[in-house]
Design a protein around this ligand. Structure first.
Ligand code: SF4
Ligand code: SF4
Length: 190
């Protein structure tokens, strides 16, 4: 674990960390730092903080360390960590709650992940399902990675894995309403 100067941590930081945990339904006192979550995480290698460390820094009230971490944005929400935890700490939900808190604070340590999420949600909101070809195009445009995965596009088109037609579901208005409700809740609207 990286060295940390605890003198910079304020009461407000400690409160904010507790609020993040509460939003995730987690009692930070439950974690005894056994590391089983980290040992099972398929993406730990690419993370700047291990899942166990995210919980530890929250316990310490090190708000900025947690909000500036790339880990919650790299997290695939697979929930392996939560299922392995002997204390039933929901690390997976904690990652999500950290991400929401970071976004509220105007931080997005992995902008590509944020762009992809926003485009995916906009795509599903508009059509009721994800239209991958347009999702990929919008992501490439907005992220500036203009040619990312373009090598696969021709092959996928040939094999009809993707096409140019836009698919809409019958219940897309309901899907849009559900998304609006969830986004309202994320922004503290519910
Ligand atoms: S598995 Fe659970 S108790 Fe162990 S370090 Fe991770 S969160 Fe803490
Ligand atoms: S939910 Fe995230 S942190 Fe947990 S195991 Fe999966 S990728 Fe790792």
């Amino acid at each position: 674990m990286r060295a940390l100067d605890l003198s910079g941590i304020s009461e407000a930081d400690i409160r904010a960390c507790k609020e993040i945990a509460t939003e995730a339904g987690v009692d930070l006192k439950d974690c005894y730092q056994c590391g089983k979550c980290t040992a099972g995480c398929p993406l730990a290698e690419g993370m700047d903080l291990m899942p166990r460390e995210v919980i530890r820094f929250l316990q310490l009230g090190a708000l900025d360390v947690v909000l500036d971490a790339k880990t919650p944005w790299i997290c695939a929400q697979c929930a392996v960590c939560s299922s392995r935890c002997p204390q039933n700490v929901d690390i997976c939900s904690t990652m999500r709650a950290v991400r929401i808190a970071a976004k509220r604070a105007g931080k997005r340590p992995v902008p590509e992940a944020d762009i992809f999420d926003d485009e995916f949600i906009a795509n599903v909101r508009a059509h009721g399902v994800s239209n991958e070809q347009y999702l990929a195009a919008m992501y490439n445009l907005k992220s500036g990675h203009f040619t990312q995965d373009m090598g696969n596009a021709t092959r996928m088109l040939k094999r009809r894995m993707v096409g140019v037609a836009i698919h809409n579901t019958k219940g897309r208005a309901e899907v849009a309403a559900l998304i609006d409700r969830a986004l309202g809740a994320d922004e503290g609207g519910e």
